[in-house]
Write a protein that binds this ligand. Structure first.
Ligand SMILES: Nc1ncnc2c1ncn2[C@@H]1O[C@H](COP(=O)(O)OP(=O)(O)OP(=O)(O)O)[C@@H](O)[C@H]1O
Length: 268
C-alpha cells in the first residue's frame, strides 16, 4: 500500500524579475517560492494502477519524483506499507522502479550492456539477471535491437529500454512518468500491455499521462492534480458520478475548471 499524505513541495525562485512576472499569473507563487505541490494526498493498493492526471505544469512530475524519493517534500509523508519513504530512502529505492523523463542510459553501450550495468547497481545476481532479461526482451519486444548501441535507437526503442531498466530488479512498485509520450501506436501498445502484465502480477503502478484512453484502459484509480493540489482522487466511476459528466474528458475538464471546489475524494 502506498499512501501519499498531504505532500507539499516548494522551490526557491531565484530571479526577482521572474518572481514578479510569474506571481501575477500564478497563485502558487508565495514570497520568493513556487509551491509546486500543496497538500497532495492519494493512495494506491497492491495490484492497483493509479493514473496521475493534470494539465501541463500541474505538478505530476514533481509528485512522481517525490514518490521516488528523488525530491524531498517540505511537508507531508509518503508511506510504503507504513514505512516513511524519505526516512528510509536506501531501502525504499531498492523496491521502486522509476521511469523519469530522462533515461539516464549510456549512449555508447548497447541496450543489453545498459541493462546489465543497472542490474549490477541494484545487486541483481547474474543468473537472475539472465532470466529477467529474457523475460523483458519478450514482454517489451526488445530482441531486434538489444545488441545495438543506445545512441542509434529510435525514441520508441529508447523508451522500451528505459522501462526495462526501471524494472530490471523486479521492483515492488513501478512509477512511470508519461511512459507513452512520443511513442507510435505499436510502441505505445507494447508499453500499455506491459503495464497490464505488471498489474496481473500484482505490482502496483503509478503513472502520469495525458492520454485518457490509457486511463480508461488501465487505471483502477485516478488522482487529478490542479495547480499543485489534489482536486479528485477515486475511481473513474466515482469521478463521473461526482461531476455528473458521463464522459471522462468532460468530467476532468469540469473538475479542473472549478478552482473553488473542495478537494473531492471518491473514497468509501
Ligand atoms: N526545480 C524547480 N524549480 C522551480 N520550479 C519548478 C521546479 N520543478 C518544477 N517546477 C515548477 O513546478 C510546476 C510543476 O511542474 P511539473 O513538472 O511537476 O508539472 P507536470 O504536471 O509534470 O507538467 P507536464 O505535464 O508539462 O510535464 C511547474 O510550473 C514547474 O515550472
Amino acid at each position: 500500500m502506498i499512501e501519499v499524505n498531504n505532500v507539499s513541495k516548494h522551490f526557491p525562485l531565484k530571479d526577482a524579475k521572474l518572481v514578479n512576472q510569474v506571481a501575477k499569473s500564478d497563485p502558487r507563487v508565495k514570497g520568493r517560492h513556487f509551491h509546486a505541490l500543496n497538500n497532495v494526498s492519494f493512495h494506491c493498493k497492491q495490484g492497483e494502477v493509479l493514473g496521475l492526471l493534470g494539465a501541463n505544469g500541474a505538478g505530476k512530475t514533481s509528485m512522481l519524483r517525490t514518490l521516488s524519493t528523488a525530491l524531498q517534500p517540505n511537508s507531508g509523508q509518503v508511506l510504503y506499507d507504513g514505512l516513511d519513504a524519505h526516512k528510509n530512502k536506501l531501502a525504499i529505492r531498492k523496491q521502486i522502479g522509476f521511469l523519469s523523463g530522462s533515461t539516464g542510459l549510456y549512449e555508447r553501450l548497447t541496450g543489453r550492456e545498459n541493462l546489465a550495468y543497472f542490474a549490477q547497481l541494484f545487486g541483481v545476481e547474474k543468473q537472475q539477471f539472465n532470466g529477467r532479461l529474457e523475460q523483458l526482451i519478450e514482454q517489451l519486444d526488445l530482441a531486434k535491437f538489444i545488441d545495438r548501441r543506445f545512441v542509434d535507437y529510435s525514441t520508441g526503442m529508447k523508451q522500451k529500454i528505459a522501462i526495462a531498466r526501471a524494472v530490471i530488479h523486479e521492483p515492488k512498485l513501478v512509477i512511470l512518468d508519461e511512459p507513452t509520450t512520443g511513442l507510435d501506436i505499436a510502441a505505445s501498445e507494447v508499453v500499455l500491455s506491459f503495464i497490464e502484465k505488471l498489474k496481473q502480477q500484482g505490482v502496483p503502478v503509478i503513472f502520469s499521462t495525458h492520454h485518457l484512453a490509457e486511463v480508461e484502459r488501465l487505471c483502477d484509480r485516478i488522482c487529478v492534480i490542479h495547480q499543485g493540489q489534489t482536486c479528485f482522487e477515486g475511481t473513474i466511476q466515482e469521478l463521473t458520478q461526482y461531476t455528473q459528466q458521463t464522459i471522462l474528458q468532460q468530467a476532468i475538464l469540469s473538475i479542473m475548471a472549478d478552482d473553488n471546489q473542495p478537494i473531492a475524494s471518491g473514497e468509501e
